[in-house]
Every structure is written in structure tokens, then in C-alpha cells.
Write a protein that binds this ligand. Sequence first.
Ligand SMILES: NC(=O)c1ccc[n+]([C@@H]2O[C@H](COP(=O)([O-])OP(=O)(O)OC[C@H]3O[C@@H](n4cnc5c(N)ncnc54)[C@H](O)[C@@H]3O)[C@@H](O)[C@H]2O)c1
Ligand SMILES: O=C(O)C(=O)C[C@@H](O)[C@H](O)[C@H](O)COP(=O)(O)O
Ligand SMILES: [Zn+2]
Length: 381
Amino acid sequence: MNMGMGEAAANDTTVRVALGERSYDVVIGSGLVERAGRLLAERLPGARVVVVTDETVAGLHLARLENAFAQAGVTMAAPAVLPAGEATKSFDRLREVVDHILAARLERADAVVALGGGVIGDLSGFAAGIVRRGMAFVQVPTSLLAQVDSSVGGKTGINSAHGKNLVGVFHQPALVIADTDILDTLDARQFAAGYAEVAKYGLIDRPDFFAWLEENRELVFSGHGEARARAIAESCRAKAEVVAADERESGRRALLNLGHTFGHALEAATGYRSERLVHGEAVSIGMAQAFRFSAHLGLCESVDAERVAAHLSAAGLPISPRAIAGEPLDADMLMAAIAQDKKVSHGRLTFILVRGIGQAFIAKDVDPVAVRDFLRDELSS
Ligand SMILES: NC(=O)c1ccc[n+]([C@@H]2O[C@H](COP(=O)([O-])OP(=O)(O)OC[C@H]3O[C@@H](n4cnc5c(N)ncnc54)[C@H](O)[C@@H]3O)[C@@H](O)[C@H]2O)c1
Ligand SMILES: O=C(O)C(=O)C[C@@H](O)[C@H](O)[C@H](O)COP(=O)(O)O
Ligand SMILES: [Zn+2]
């Protein structure tokens, strides 16, 4: 049968994020960039688009996406191409993207299209959320991390010297197009970083998924067979379920922050310098720390913390803050960033802690002295 370019192919997986009138599909599959124009035009008929991307991704994939849009009759403004890396999630780059969209005279129903990893998705989603008080937004995630996590759920934003993701809005995309072939050009370090967020879903509340990852990690990394696509789809389903239940993180969504209180502090303390530490690596260290801290508090067995660390290490991920290259980190500096965490309430710290693998829970009013002492030990031993 001759399949129309906009129709879902038989082996695509579509995950629905159920949010009433703001519901949308995450389409996962092979060859989707070539079908992106039709997929977009079906959801947003008549919309003009501006693609926001980074220099690395532009060199590899922008022409193919533009071609797909042209073939589907989607009108494009000139793309905004930004430097790659975490430092791009800044006020200066936000202003640049906002001005670019306005100069192109895109209207509210026109679409900002993020072609890139989580940095481009978070930044351009924020711009889409504030220009004309909210424009349409489409994610074409190109990193593993963006396909399994950042493109889904509508958290957008930028970093501040005070802490990670401290400025932003919730702004859901209208569509997510995750072409699994695009991961073939991702380097090993970035693939491993994305894998940390995949493992996170198992560690939060899917112990069977974590056990499956322990068995299938090498296949997920090699891309042979179905394992990689299955891991991406399972991750998107896990995230979509949580987002649908608690879009704005009034409760359960905070579980998706497992490893992030420590991890975000590490990113802030290293100045958001991707050459030292990228988000997925920070999350890996943070999750290993959340398990060690939980074991230290007597909440979980040390053997679980060791199992998690062994799995993340085998995936090529760091599991200790001492693994971060460059000048040594300081516990007080990390505590200053932790005090700015968005989960802080009435000045009290909230952490995602664990009773075991797949048994994460929200711990409120965690003793800051215990955290600081734990961090001092972690940085010195
Ligand atoms: N909004 C959310 O829910 C959410 C969730 C998780 C992470 N995040 C954010 O996402 C960011 C991290 O995302 P990331 O890991 O994708 O980082 P990133 O966007 O910096 O991408 C990683 C690197 O890979 C390159 N790259 C991306 N796709 C490529 C491809 N197909 N081929 C070759 N190179 C490619 C990029 O140019 C970049 O250098 C962080 O800022 C983090 O805070 C947000
Ligand atoms: O979507 C969420 O909710 C998450 O917590 C996913 C995280 O992986 C992601 O890094 C997110 O940006 C962190 O959110 P924040 O609110 O702690 O900035
Ligand atoms: Zn994350």
C-alpha cells in the first residue's frame, strides 16, 4: 500500500499526552523527519513555522527538515541557529529567539519548531510560551534525552546564576516528532547522558523496566533490534502518564525530579559548562547520590544503591561528584544552589528519596545539616 506521508507508519508508536484541550501526540518512529511537514500540517493547518536549532544539529539535520516542510507546503521563516550547549539556556539567547520570531512576524497560531536537544527545546518552548502570550510549539527532539524526557510535558525555561531552570513557564507542545534514526549521529557521551533519564523511570516506580534495562542496556546503546525504540516508547509512556495526572507539579510530578536536586546543584556549581558536566551526567550522579543518601538515612538497602551505581557506571555515566573534571566542588556552594531548588517550600528542602529500586517518594522537610554533611563526605571520601 502506498502510505500518505502524513499517516502514521505501521511501526510508529504514538503516545498520547492526555491534557484535555491541550492534549497532544508524541509520535516515535523511523524516518519521521521526512514526514514532519505532513504531521505538522495535519495538526496545525496553515501555520507558518520558525525552526530554532543549534549549530551542530543544523549542520546535520536542518536541510532535511526544511525539505520536508517545503514538500508539505509549510511556509518557513528563516531558522534561528544558536550555539550548542547548556550556556545557550540564557536570558541573552532568549531575547535573541524572541526578537527573531517577532521580526519574522509570526502570529499566535504559527508554530515555533524546536529541532534539537533539551537545550533548544527548553529555550524555544519558553520563547513560544511568552511571545504573543503563547504561540503554537512543536518539538522535533534530536537527542536521546530530548526524545525520552524534555520534549514531553511542557516544562520550558532557562538557567540563572542562582540556579537551574529558575525562569520559565509551562507551555505544552502541540506535537512531538521523535525520529529514532536521528540518534545515529549523536555521540556516545550524549547518548549515555540521555540514558540516565531512561533509567530514572525504572528507578522511580517501574522496577521491571529497570530490570529489563539491566538485561538490554547494550542493545539500547547499539541500536540493534527493537530495544532502543522500546526504551524510548516506555519512557515517553511513563512521563506522559505522570504529566497527565499532575501537569503543574502540585504533587506526583515531583517524582520526575529524582536525582535532580543534587544534579541541578552540580550543574549550577560547574557554571552550566557542558564540557565539564551535561544534564544527564548530573542526573546520573544525583540519582546515585539520592540512593546513597537514602541508604545513609536508613531508608533503603545499601545493596540497592550499589546496584544502581553499577548499572549507571556500566552505561558509561559518572556516579560521584568527584568524577567531575576541573576545580573541586564545595559543599557550601552546592547547598546554596539546593536552597534555590523549585521544590523548596517555606524554606524547607524537598528531596526525592527512595525505599528501594522503583520505590521513589517525595520527602519534605529534609534536614539541611544532614544534606550538607552527606555532601561533605561525598566530596572528600
Ligand atoms: N523540559 C524538561 O522536561 C526537561 C527534561 C530533561 C532535561 N531538560 C533539559 O534538557 C537539557 C539537556 O538536553 P540534552 O541532553 O538534549 O542537551 P543539548 O540540547 O545540549 O544536546 C546535547 C548535545 O548533543 C547535540 N545533539 C543533539 N542532537 C544531536 C544529533 N541528533 N546528532 C548529533 N548531535 C546532536 C547538541 O548539539 C548538543 O551539543 C538541559 O538543559 C535540561 O535541563 C529539560
Ligand atoms: O518533567 C519534569 O517534571 C522533570 O522533572 C523532568 C526532568 O528530567 C527535567 O530535568 C526538568 O527540567 C526538571 O525540572 P525542574 O522543575 O526541576 O527544573
Ligand atoms: Zn532531567
